[in-house]
Design a protein. Structure first.
Length: 320
């Protein structure tokens, strides 16, 4: 019998919500919590175990070490310092801290011999996913980011509210960076095969412009951050869904931050695109039939991420 063991590294707002979603949905058998501050992972484990008697699934949750992560099937990284994003509402504000942390976390994971699938949440998500993949050196696709998975869920929510159709009957994507350089290609939005333009004929709410809807989705995130200084539920649901797909080898298509190597004409970059997810992580990258204008916007997004990847290299050890 194989035990489904998941590690979470960084048990702040996001990490503890990922833990809760994994337990409530009974996705793994075992969860190892690791944080820079041992007392945080210990307290979160004690707190969730206090409620296990009333939870729908019995999952073993404990604070552990990198040695405990060596044989994990899957690791979710959610380390960070969220207060650094509040300066100018910029996910890149965290980069000097998170790129240094990624180097340290990546080196420890490599040293302990971890060889499963890693899903990165830490921001800037595409840059950190790229760095962790580079350090771990696992087969392509084994390390990826939640990327535009969350942005896409936000888009689906809006499309559902405006059309009255359940999110699960809609195909739509946010592509590019989990950050500023992200957009919604409207040409590929469909309602189980019926194009958006068709439904928009008798529903004026669905007559979006690409720029306006992309900005609205971006603003939705910061409206939450302005009040609660973090987002946690949407991203936890996104990561838990990806974890379930990987652990159960579901072969589901979801947007994720993927290592592009020629797809969409892009190289040397991680960016949010539709991916086939299964036991090996990203098992295939799917290329959408974008219009020439959408292709150009996607290229600009990738350029922006590549610039951030290069910028990350200019940061040394983080000093508070
Ligand atoms: N990709 C997305 O869609 C998305 C959405 C929301 C948040 N985020 C990102 O997720 C990360 C976590 O957000 P949060 O609100 O939980 O932050 P937080 O500041 O509440 O928690 C971060 C945790 O990471 C720990 N940590 C820091 N450095 C570490 C290291 N080297 N090793 C282990 N643990 C370490 C901290 O002690 C802390 O407990 C941030 O980078 C945030 O920007 C991403």
């Amino acid at each position: 019998m194989t035990i489904k063991k998941v590690g979470i590294i960084g048990i702040g707002n996001v990490g503890r919500h990922v833990m809760l979603d994994l337990v409530n949905q009974g996705i793994p058998d075992e969860i190892v919590l690791v944080d820079l501050k041992d007392e945080k992972s210990r307290c979160e484990a004690t707190d969730i175990n206090a409620g296990m008697a009333y939870m729908p699934n019995r999952v073993k949750v404990y604070a552990g070490t990198y040695e405990d992560l060596a044989d994990a099937s899957l690791i979710v990284t959610s380390f960070g310092k969220i207060e650094l994003t509040s300066v100018g509402n910029d996910r890149n504000g965290e980069m000097p801290f998170t790129i240094d942390a990624a180097r340290k976390v990546g080196a420890k994971l490599k040293a302990c011999g971890f060889h499963g699938v890693l899903i990165d949440i830490t921001n800037p998500c595409d840059v950190i996913s790229h760095k962790l993949a580079e350090i771990l050196g696992l087969p392509r696709g084994r390390v990826f980011g939640t990327g535009t998975g969350l942005d896409t869920a936000r888009l689906l929510y809006r499309l559902s509210a405006d059309s009255g159709v359940d999110q699960r009957s809609i195909t739509a994507y946010m592509l590019g960076e989990h950050g500023v350089a992200v957009f919604a290609p409207l040409s590929v939005v469909s309602f189980h095969g019926v194009p958006l333009a068709e439904l928009a004929k008798d529903n004026p709410k669905l007559r979006y412009s690409q720029k306006a809807i992309s900005k609205a989705i971006f603003d939705d995130a910061w409206a939450v951050c302005d009040v609660k200084h973090c987002t946690e539920h949407g991203i936890a649901a996104t990561a838990a869904r990806m974890a379930k797909v990987v652990l159960n080898d579901e072969k589901t298509i979801m947007p994720a931050s993927a290592p592009l190597d020629g797809e969409y004409g892009e190289k040397a970059v991680f960016a949010g695109v539709p991916c086939l997810l299964g036991k090996d992580g990203i098992e295939r990258i799917l290329e959408l039939p974008l219009t020439p204008d959408e292709k150009a916007v996607f290229h600009d997004c990738c350029e922006s991420i590549r610039q951030n990847i290069a910028k990350a290299e200019t940061f040394g050890e983080y000093k508070a």
